[in-house]
Design a binder for this molecule. Structure first.
Ligand code: BV8
Ligand code: ZN
Length: 244
């Protein structure tokens, strides 16, 4: 089954002008980044859903920063895996390719992907809560509560917390991409977090061929045309193999 499904998907991609990939934590798992809902999941150890909120930051900014400093230190030595690299290669092979990611680890850009829509921000970018300036800052020895050099206000990770709106321009670009694509690849996401999780259905409603590549079935699997189960590091590179 998988072999037939894979060659059908390769065929669809080969015949398409506009292809979109939507990725989640599962694509970074083989790089060593803990997913959110796996047994070693971030949510479990740190109740991240309680820490990744504006309320938590207002209540205890040092605790929230401790959580992000821990993740930054964990992420720093990690490298893109074959799935990230394959998507960077797919961008070169497809006339119009758009990568939409829920991940904040920056591994897609590190793998060479150029057009990346980071729906939930980027852990290596800091934003001033006062003057709003956003800067890339990869230092691992930040103060427990970093402040803005210009205005002295607290800095925060430039990521989207639960209960916060996504950047309207980035979300609009993602919606436009999925509503105009011929093939959407949904890779390594449990499809539970909104509004990212609604992008797959939007593509389907507009007639795209939607394939889910994931370790296990998700609540969205039967919504899609095709579901390939396995590790992203194995499945995604196979999309590039020439038809035998
Ligand atoms: C919004 C950045 C409008 C931060 C993230 C109640 C209260 C408040 C809000 C809500 C609520 N109910 C619903 C909501 C809306 C909420 C939401 O969806 N909540 C969920 C939990 C129900 N959404 C929001 O709040 C969004 N904003 O709605 O604004 C609004 C405004 C005001 C009030 C209300 C609404 C903002 C959501 C963004 C949150 N920020 N990240 C940080 O990371 O610190 S979300 C974070 O979790 C990630 O970015 C990612 O998006 C998500 C994790 O999901 P996945 O990526 O899918 O990862 P997961 O571990 O779940 O799954 C991994 C999959 O990979 C698994 O299926 C696994 O099988 C597979 N896998 C594992 N290994 C591999 C693999 N596959 C292949 N190969 C492998 N090797
Ligand atoms: Zn400032």
């Amino acid at each position: 089954m998988a072999a037939a499904a894979l060659s059908q998907l390769r065929e669809k991609i080969a015949r398409s002008q506009r292809v979109v990939a939507l990725t989640g934590a599962g694509i970074s798992a083989e790089s060593g980044v803990p997913t959110f809902r796996g047994q070693d999941g971030l949510w479990r150890q740190y109740r991240a859903v309680d820490l990744a909120t504006p309320q938590a930051f207002q209540r205890d900014p040092r605790l929230v920063w401790e959580f992000y400093q821990w993740r930054r230190r964990l992420l720093q030595p990690l490298k893109p895996n074959p799935a990230h690299l394959a998507l960077a290669a797919l961008e070169e092979a497809v006339p119009e390719f758009t990568l939409i990611t829920q991940n904040i680890d920056g591994l897609h850009a590190l793998a060479g992907s150029r057009r990346v829509l980071e729906l939930h921000g980027n852990i290596w970018h800091l934003r001033c809560t006062g003057c709003g300036v956003v800067r890339e800052d990869r230092r691992l020895d930040l103060p427990a509560l970093p402040t803005c050099a210009d205005c002295g206000a607290w800095l925060r990770p430039h990521v989207v917390w639960f209960g916060e709106m996504l950047d309207p321009e980035i979300l609009a670009a993602a919606v436009a991409a999925v509503e105009n694509c011929q093939v959407l690849l949904v890779i390594g996401t449990s499809g539970l977090v909104q509004p990212a999780a609604s992008l797959g259905r939007r593509a389907k409603q507009r007639g795209a061929f939607v394939a889910e590549l994931n370790l296990e079935p998700t609540p969205q699997s039967d919504l899609y045309d095709l579901a390939l189960h396995g590790r992203a590091g194995v499945l995604v590179p196979q999309l590039l193999e020439p038809e035998r």
